[in-house]
Design a protein around this ligand. Structure first.
Ligand code: ZN
Length: 241
C-alpha cells in the first residue's frame, strides 16, 4: 500500500502527433510535461493514459487504483467511447477527483458531470491573459499571488455555460476585453471536480510555473477522503416501530 496520491494523467495526445508546432512545444506529449511536474512533488505517483491505448488506457483496474484523474482533450472528444466515459463518471460519483483542463470543457465526461452545454466564446490570436486569484485562502491557490499572467494564450470568454460552481477560484481577463471563470470547483457524488482553463496546445502553457502549481495543488485538493459505491438499500429501522 502507498500513501501517495495515485494520479492518472489522461491525454487525447492527437495534436502532439499531428501538428508540427505542437510537436515542437511538447515533443513527448503534454502528458509528459504534466507527469514530470507531478512526479517532482514527492507525494504523488503518476501514470499516463492516452486515447490510442486499449480502453483509452482507462481499464477498470486503472480506474479502481486512481485517486485523481486529470483530463486533456480537444479535437477527438467524440472518439472517447461512451462506456469508458460512464466508467470514469461512476468513479467520480464514488469519490475519485477529476481535474478537467482547457478544451476538456467540451469532453463527454465534463458534459456528463455538469449536465449543461459547457459552451463558451473563443479566439486564437495569442493575446495576454491575466488570471485573478479570487480565493486566496483556498488550497488550490496555495503559493499563488493575487494574479498571474500568461503572455500569449487562446481566449475563452463568457458566457461559459456551466452550472453555478461551488467556488470560483480564478477569473481571467483577456487583452481583447473578455472575462472568464477560469478555475471552478464542483462536487458530484463524493467526487471533487476542478475545471482549469489554461492549456491551449500551441502555446507552452504547461511550462508556466503558476499553472503547474495550480494543477498540483488541485490534485491534493481533489484527493478523495471517502470512496463508496452508490446503491439504494432497503434499511431496517434502528428502533422498534
Ligand atoms: Zn485551445
Amino acid at each position: 500500500m502507498t500513501n501517495k496520491i495515485r494520479v492518472t494523467i489522461w491525454n487525447e495526445n492527437v495534436h502532439e502527433n499531428r501538428d508540427e508546432k505542437v510537436k515542437e512545444i511538447y515533443p513527448d506529449g503534454m502528458h509528459a510535461v504534466i507527469k514530470a511536474h507531478l512526479d517532482k512533488q514527492g507525494d504523488m505517483e503518476t501514470r499516463v493514459a492516452t486515447l490510442d491505448m486499449p480502453e483509452h488506457g482507462l481499464t477498470q483496474e486503472v480506474i479502481d487504483s486512481t485517486d485523481v484523474m486529470t483530463w486533456w482533450g480537444h479535437c477527438a472528444h467524440a472518439k472517447v467511447e461512451d462506456e469508458i466515459v460512464e466508467r470514469v463518471k461512476k468513479r467520480v460519483l464514488e469519490g475519485m477527483g477529476l481535474i478537467v483542463l482547457h478544451a476538456g470543457h467540451n469532453s463527454k465526461i465534463f458534459h456528463h458531470l455538469m449536465g449543461t452545454n459547457c459552451s463558451l466564446k473563443w479566439r486564437e490570436v495569442g493575446e495576454k491573459e491575466r488570471l485573478w486569484n479570487v480565493e486566496p485562502a483556498h488550497p488550490i491557490t496555495e503559493g499563488i499571488g493575487e494574479y498571474f499572467e500568461l503572455p500569449h494564450t487562446e481566449m475563452y470568454g463568457e458566457r461559459f455555460d456551466i452550472p453555478t460552481p461551488d467556488k470560483i477560484i480564478f477569473i481571467s481577463w483577456f487583452q481583447g476585453g473578455e472575462v472568464f471563470r477560469s478555475g471552478c470547483t464542483w462536487e458530484r457524488g463524493h467526487g471533487r471536480i476542478f475545471y482549469f482553463r489554461p492549456g491551449h496546445e500551441t502555446y507552452p502553457i504547461y511550462y508556466n510555473e503558476n499553472v503547474m502549481r495550480v494543477i498540483s495543488n488541485a490534485v491534493r485538493w481533489a484527493n478523495p477522503r471517502f470512496v463508496q459505491e452508490h446503491k439504494c438499500v432497503n434499511y431496517k429501522p434502528l428502533e422498534k416501530i
